[in-house]
Design a protein around this ligand. Structure first.
Ligand code: ADP
Length: 464
């Protein structure tokens, strides 16, 4: 079928009109109407006055001047990053300024949201019952909450820029902050209110640039704990004397008694039970002594090889009867900073356990090594090992894997609780690994702050 050429033109024209009508934005249509209006008015004025060209030029110049004015306004707003004023314009500029307002509002929104979040965050910290103090790089106060005024005596409204130690003058706090060993909280009575007991934590953030101090009032809990600790300590002391008397009398009875073997057996049984009770009391007293210590452990410089030599000598005496072999392996010359007596107690206790809870002729190894994450004092044995399900509970007081067997071997069930307590005070961790049938290893992992590297061995110690 042939379509006549004459019929195509009106169709194209009408679709062009449709696009013009439907696709042009309203503002552009307004603009076209404005231009038409100005041109029409200028033509009419030109015909009436006889100065057609002048009128046309004047009309178009006015139109151009108006556009230039709007352009200048737009440039000023963008350059000065100002908020667009009321839109109330006509034509294409109305759209331009409306878009600009939207852009401006979009940009403002996240900033508003951020400052709103910051506001609510500060409100939340202000409402905390714990005192919060933020210190800057030079130790000067940057921010405090109202509880800091109540607990520490730091003025909520007027302390920014001051040194905390100038406002809270306390030698214990000063020493704690100077030491920089924040693994344990500081428990002290602030000078502003000596009747309160406060537990204070320090956290460093912003790449060590700032510190956040959080202090909470533990007065009530402290008195309750102290009463409980005193009770355990006092009762243990009270039991000690009668036990010493009983054990002395039993000894007398044993030497003077020429009686029946069954009576002798009963006396021996009573003696072993008295010994067990004495050990339990000794462990309870050790635990309460450790728990009542408020200050961080003193910083003795411990020569680990010397310490392990002493422990091995003691353990060999104990292990001789059962045929256990005890050996130490010193893989680093790095020294340890801590309370010598307590570290000795902890490692000794692990070695005693390795002898007590493993079969005869087991090999026990004590190892000291250092890597980039700290120092490890490990005690391992090739005994029967401990089933995995018991490992998480081993450091609980009185927890035993096999109650009756441990009692027979003289265990009190407090040994590992004492070890954990000593390590906690040193910011160290007890890690236990064990494989049934192959043995167990108890690692005491000390943080880097607790290591003292001798200059001469510094490099080799790190690579150890
Ligand atoms: P105890 O005084 O009974 O030794 P501990 O707290 O020292 O108490 O140890 C808890 C339990 O952990 C022990 O009763 C024992 O069952 C188990 N245990 C500790 N060390 C070892 C070890 N080296 N090998 C096997 N079992 C162990």
């Amino acid at each position: 079928m042939v379509i006549p050429a004459t019929r195509e033109k009106p169709q194209i024209r009408s679709s062009a009109m449709t696009i013009l009508q439907h696709n042009l934005p309203a503002s552009l249509k307004q603009e076209l109407w404005l231009l038409l209006g100005i041109t029409g008015t200028a033509l009419l004025a030109g015909m009436l006055t006889g100065k057609l060209l002048l009128c046309l030029l004047t009309g178009l110049s006015a139109y151009l001047a108006w556009h230039l004015l709007q352009l200048a306004r737009l440039l000023r707003l963008i350059r000065n990053r100002l908020a667009p004023g009321p839109i109330g314009l006509y034509g294409v500029w109305k759209d331009v300024f409306r878009e600009l307002v939207t852009l401006y509002q979009d940009k403002q929104q996240p900033e508003h949201r951020l400052s709103r979040y910051q506001g609510s965050f500060e409100d939340a910290i202000s409402a905390l019952p714990e005192a919060v103090v933020i210190l800057g790089q030079t130790g000067k106060i940057e921010w405090v909450n109202p509880a800091a005024e109540r607990l520490l005596g730091v003025d909520y409204h007027d302390s920014t820029g001051e040194r905390l130690l100038d406002l809270v003058r306390d030698p214990i706090l000063e020493e704690y902050l100077d030491n920089g060993a924040f693994e344990q909280p500081l428990v002290f009575s602030p000078p502003a209110n000596r009747s309160r007991i406060v537990s204070l934590f320090v956290t460093t953030f912003s790449g060590d640039q700032q510190q956040m101090i959080v202090a909470s009032d533990i007065t009530r809990q402290y008195h309750l704990d102290s009463a409980q600790l005193d009770f355990v300590a006092n009762i243990s002391h009270e039991l000690r004397t009668p036990l010493t008397v009983i054990s002395g009398l039993l000894e007398q009875l044993q030497t003077s008694n020429g009686g029946l073997p069954s009576e002798q057996r009963s006396i021996e049984l009573m003696q072993s039970q008295t010994l067990r009770m004495s050990e339990l009391i000794a462990d309870l007293l050790t635990l309460s002594r450790l728990e009542s210590k408020q200050q961080p452990p003193v910083a003795d410089e411990i020569d680990v090889s010397e310490l392990l030599a002493a422990i091995v000598a003691e353990a060999q005496t104990l292990g001789r009867a059962s045929g256990h072999t005890v050996q130490s392996h010193i893989e680093s010359a790095v020294r340890l900073r801590g309370e010598r007596k307590d570290i000795h107690t902890a490692v000794s206790s692990l070695v005693t356990n390795a002898i007590k809870h493993t079969p005869k002729r087991t090999q026990v190894d004590i190892r000291w090594r250092v890597d980039s994450e700290g120092g490890y004092l490990s005690v391992s044995d090739n005994g029967e090992g401990i089933p995995a399900r018991h490992l998480p509970r081993l450091t609980e007081r009185l927890y035993r894997v096999d109650g009756s067997r441990s009692r027979n071997t003289g265990g009190t069930g407090l040994g590992l609780a004492i070890v954990k307590n000593i390590l906690d005070r040193h910011g160290a961790e007890l890690k236990i690994s064990s494989t049934e049938g192959h043995g167990s290893t108890f690692h005491c992992h000390f943080p880097l702050e607790r290591l003292i590297r001798p200059e001469a061995v510094q490099d080799s110690a790190v690579s150890d």
